[in-house]
Design a protein around this ligand. Structure first.
Ligand code: GAP
Length: 527
């Protein structure tokens, strides 16, 4: 994430709407909350389910919606659902016990804890020996506070070019003595960065000794790798193929922040796609491009979404030198004008399978009948190898957050200016059915249509009905919830069997036959 300028949408407004309309609540709110944990309310749970279902259908069940792979064949994926707690040796083999660390800094004065790589230092230009004021990257208010403190310290107004920003990581202990922490008043209260393992520890069984330690999984991926052989042996799958999983992951983030963006409990949608090393580059390009297209198809199109190839120094421990790692990134209001990661697509090589093969002392090689030298009988002799892996790994909660931010719209020309422009496929409420007034048989007609639509579309979202308040207020409530279409039964319905359809985004209305409503909605929702 980079520095913040004035965002086009206010995160405070988005969070307030999320709370007010039941998308996202603070976890344990009645007890004062718990940092880094969020609950989804009814609309949020449905939105999340719709995004999860879209991924499941488009990636797993239809093999990338029937798109052919670089080999010209259909893309094959199978699902698994593995445990959150695994044998702790899994995390030794994967490198998480030794290497899944963030550098952490504590402030002795304010008792706050920070990710060292998120802290920046502000100092007056040319004052190399002077005080420096730390702020959290991307925190506009924090930056302004640091600037004010620095101005007071140097006793002058600071304009453009009067200040410079340094990284905290890499400064030595002597320099750290001159730093004022983001929430401190004195210098020298920040500790030196130290590694902090992000895995949540727990104990298995009643004795709870160090021998009973286990971890909550920090990624769903390892449950896929440890089952690779099981899937090959039981499913008649042939490399290239993928194994997919959706599930919770847990990371004891040093500084959870930005609403659900960096949480301590979150859900991942991961694919480990196994292929021969020679084909890895082509599959990497395939997945990178298709994953970007997929997010675009759900309404995250335009400038707010980018595909960014990683720099060399960003590569994870498993990523192949020279091979690709890309992120699909979204411009969240709190990262603007920069971007935050939604999904990573990485070439993990054969790293994980090799690690598990060595640690578990179990052969995980794949025998490929279609490769190898050609035998005298004209058939390939076969080749035994550890497949390479392309991993598209998406955050479901981050996806929901991006969808919420993208959908949030203020239209000051409307009596109620806030609306959520969800892609109809994702909208938690698919349609509203309203009697214009509570008499003349309109409620009964509305109830009939409501029942019919609920039966047909209920698997994908709610069909709402409501008789209270003016029709304008009912439309406004639906706009805020992101319901794309409302059908109103009025006086004309009773004579000519037509209803009004109101479009959320334009506010425009048209009339269609009441018997045409289910097919009309079906066409619009594109399910
Ligand atoms: N198996 C690879 C892996 O876990 P990652 O980049 O660490 O890679 C994948 O995580 C995705 O999971 C990220 O792109 C992000 O969307 C999501 N994610 C990671 N940490 C998260 C957190 N603390 N809160 C919410 N989502 C997170």
């Amino acid at each position: 994430m980079t520095e913040t300028t004035t965002p086009t949408k206010s995160m405070d407004d988005i969070m307030a709407l999320c709370k007010r309309r039941g998308f996202v609540y603070q976890a344990s709110e009645i007890y004062g909350g718990i940092n880094g944990f969020w609950d989804y309310g009814p609309l949020g749970a449905m939105l999340k389910k719709n995004l999860r279902d879209a991924w499941w259908t488009d990636c797993v069940m239809t093999g990338c919606n029937g798109k052919l792979g670089p080999d010209g064949k259909p893309v094959r994926l199978v699902p698994v659902d593995t445990c959150i707690i695994q044998n702790p040796k899994v995390w030794e083999a994967s490198g998480h016990v030794a290497g899944f660390n963030d550098p952490m800094v504590d402030c002795r004065e304010s008792k706050s804890r920070y990710r060292a790589d998120h802290l920046k230092l502000l100092r007056a230009t040319g004052e190399d020996e002077g005080r420096m004021f730390a702020f959290i990257e991307g925190d506009t208010k924090g930056f302004e506070t640091a600037l004010k403190k620095l101005g007071k310290y140097v006793k002058r107004d600071l304009g453009e070019g009067d200040t410079e920003v340094l990284e905290l990581v890499g400064v030595d202990a002597e320099v750290l003595e001159r730093v004022v922490g983001p929430h401190a008043s004195e210098t020298g209260t920040l500790t030196e960065p130290r590694a902090f393992n992000l895995m949540f520890k727990t104990y298995i069984g009643a004795t709870a000794t160090e021998d009973d330690v286990a971890y909550l999984r920090p990624e769903t991926a390892q449950g896929i790798f440890t089952n690779f052989k099981n899937v090959v042996d039981t499913m008649r799958v042939k490399v290239p193929f993928g194994i997919a999983q959706i599930g919770k992951a847990f990371r004891n983030e040093v500084t959870p922040r930005n609403f659900t963006f960096r949480s301590r409990e979150f859900e991942q949608m991961e694919i480990e796609f196994f292929c021969h090393a020679d084909d890895a580059e082509a599959w990497y390009a395939f997945w990178r491009d298709w994953r970007m297209e997929w997010w675009q198809s759900l309404g995250l199109d335009g400038d707010n979404l980018i595909l960014r190839e990683h720099d060399r120094d960003e590569l994870a421990h498993y990523a192949k030198e020279g091979a690709g790692t890309s992120d699909v990134e979204y411009r969240f209001p709190f990262t603007a004008p920069g971007f935050g990661e939604l999904e990573g697509v990485a070439h993990r090589t054969e790293f994980d399978l090799r690690q598990h093969q060595e640690h578990a002392k179990t052969k995980l090689e794949y025998f490929d009948h279609e490769r190898g030298e050609i035998a005298p009988n004209g058939q390939p002799k076969g080749e035994r190898y550890l497949p390479h892996v392309i991993e598209p790994s998406a955050g479901l909660d981050r996806g929901v957050l991006a969808i919420l931010c993208e959908a949030y719209t203020r239209d000051e020309s409307r009596p109620s200016p806030e609306l959520m422009k969800f892609h109809p496929r994702l909208a938690p409420i698919k349609a509203g059915v309203f009697p214009l007034v509570k008499k003349d048989g309109m409620p009964e007609k509305a109830a009939q249509l409501h029942a019919e639509l609920s039966k047909r579309f209920g698997a994908h979202g709610l069909i709402e009905t409501d008789e209270k308040q003016s029709i304008g207020k009912r439309y406004a409530r639906m706009d805020e919830a992101g319901c794309p279409y409302c059908f109103t039964i009025d006086g004309e319905t009773l004579t000519d069997q037509t209803v009004t359809v109101r479009d959320r985004d334009t506010g425009s209305q048209e009339r269609i036959g009441i018997d045409k409503v289910p097919d009309y909605l079906d066409g619009k929702l594109g399910l």
